[in-house]
Design a protein around this ligand. Structure first.
Ligand code: HEM
Length: 427
């Protein structure tokens, strides 16, 4: 199994098996972690899992099962621990490309990205993009992000309403990552269309339907690579293409995989943070009022909103390199292990009153951006985008309110991510 945030080939996770730890307790009712109804409030289930079954067996669709870890300390250790591999072939001691081998060859770049690789491949690929995402480079984007936020909110003010996910939370990260990569403005519309179509797929059943979009996106990107080789510009694609040419360190498939990962990770996650953060503030008017009264709270506020909403609900998969035992449960070599970030971030062993939103919370060592070698490359960018978006939204719309009943809100079907489909608001 190979996963990007896109969920293209993510399984639907059905769980409910009772593991040996639970023999004393009433079984935890079956749940499907990708189900929109589960997404609406997964926290009572996570509380039971942390207390009764911190290593919980799940079934992944009709494929092999996996272990879910729900305690903060275990998720933290899993993400840092080199005894867990990202590439399943490394865990099984095989060479080659792991489970992605079944994929049609033209799709393989989707699975050849650094999020699915271990050192030294991961280190090499990460080194190539790292310098484009330092806090200083990201800070240089501030005026552009602010201008975009103001433009989108200006339109909403004139209309008196906004569908916050589609008209605000999505265009901000999508436009910024497209511009950073160097997609010309005239092409951004169709570029957005292809990527959104690919990224909205939620399982293997959708694979066939998304093939044309993948094919067109890759054809487009290959042409863009050629254009930047011929005529370099000051953008990320030029930098990556030059890295490819200089040291033969990035082949064409790796280049496609990298650009696709940056696109997917660069907006699929931030859209969820901005959307869920806005909803959390609507549900906690005292906290929204505190932030309005003191805008300097925005930095800790965004950290707390990331902890509280966990837009990446599950870290991507790891595979045990050896047999091991955790809380009395045997995990065998090659088995898949998933860290539930959404649960770790609500673990009372690490956070005081974890189910309370406290925008001034400090320290706040949440795992929303992961930890260890695969720690989110785009965290500084995501933080800046969310700070500017949420800050401006609160400032420009003191009377912000939902235009539908809270129960009518729908969550997206996705195993690894947690985000709203829509958030209709009046200003
Ligand atoms: C709120 C927004 C975001 C959240 C919550 C988030 C969360 C995460 C998490 C949890 C991981 C680690 C996954 C794992 O270890 O299995 C990760 C990795 C990654 N993120 Fe983000 N992310 C966000 C935004 C972004 C943005 C804006 C970009 C790029 C522009 C980005 C690029 C990446 C990349 C490339 C990786 C893989 C790093 C590696 O494998 O070394 N992310 N992210």
């Amino acid at each position: 199994m190979t996963t990007t945030f896109a969920g293209i080939i993510d399984p639907v996770i059905m769980t409910g098996d009772v593991n040996p730890m639970m023999m004393r307790a009433m079984p935890i009712p079956p749940f499907n972690i990708a189900d929109p109804r589960f997404k609406a409030d997964p926290y009572p289930t996570y509380t039971r899992l942390r207390e009764e079954a911190p290593v919980h067996r799940t079934a992944l669709g009709r494929r092999r099962g996996a272990w879910l870890l729900t305690r903060y300390d275990d998720v933290d250790a899993l993400l840092r621990d080199p005894r867990f591999a990202k590439n399943p072939a490394n865990a099984r001691g095989e060479g080659g490309g792991g489970d992605a081998m079944w994929m049609p060859p033209f799709l393989r770049p989707l699975a050849r990205n650094m999020l699915d690789l271990d050192a030294p491949d991961h280190t090499r690929l990460r080194g190539l993009v790292q310098k484009a995402f330092t806090s200083r480079m990201v800070e240089a984007q501030r005026p552009r992000i602010q201008a975009l936020v103001d433009e989108l909110l200006g339109r909403a003010r004139r209309n008196g309403r906004i569908e916050l996910v589609g008209e605000f939370a999505l265009p901000i990260p999508l436009t910024i990552i497209s511009e950073l990569l160097g997609v010309p403005p005239a092409d951004q519309q169709r570029f957005h269309r292809w990527t959104t179509r690919i990224l909205s797929a939620s399982g293997p059943a959708d694979l066939l339907a998304l093939l044309p979009s993948v094919w067109m996106l890759f054809r487009y990107l290959r042409r863009l690579f050629a254009a930047r080789r011929a005529e370099p510009r000051d953008d990320l694609i030029t930098a990556l293409v030059q890295a490819e040419e200089e040291g033969d360190r990035l082949d064409e498939d790796e280049l496609l995989g990298m650009v696709f990962l940056l696109l997917a990770a660069g907006h699929e996650t931030t859209v969820n943070l901005i959307g869920s953060a806005a909803l959390a503030l609507l549900r906690h008017p005292d906290q929204a009022a505190a932030l309005r009264a003191d805008p300097s709270l925005i930095r800790t506020a965004v950290e707390e909103l990331a902890r509280f909403t966990s837009p990446v609900e599950l870290a991507t998969e790891r595979y045990a390199r050896d047999d091991l035992k955790l809380h009395g449960v045997r995990i065998r070599r090659g088995e898949m292990v998933l860290g539930v970030i959404g649960s770790a971030n609500r673990d009372p062993a690490h956070f005081d009153h974890p189910d309370t939103l406290r925008l001034a919370r400090e320290p706040n060592r949440h795992l929303a951006f992961g930890i260890g070698a695969h720690y989110c490359l785009g965290a500084p960018l995501a933080r800046l985008e969310t700070q500017l978006a949420i800050g401006a939204l609160l400032e420009c719309a003191p009377g912000l309110r939902l235009t539908v009943a809270a129960e009518a809100l729908r969550w997206r079907r996705h195993a690894f991510l947690r985000g709203l489909r829509e958030l209709p608001l009046a200003l």
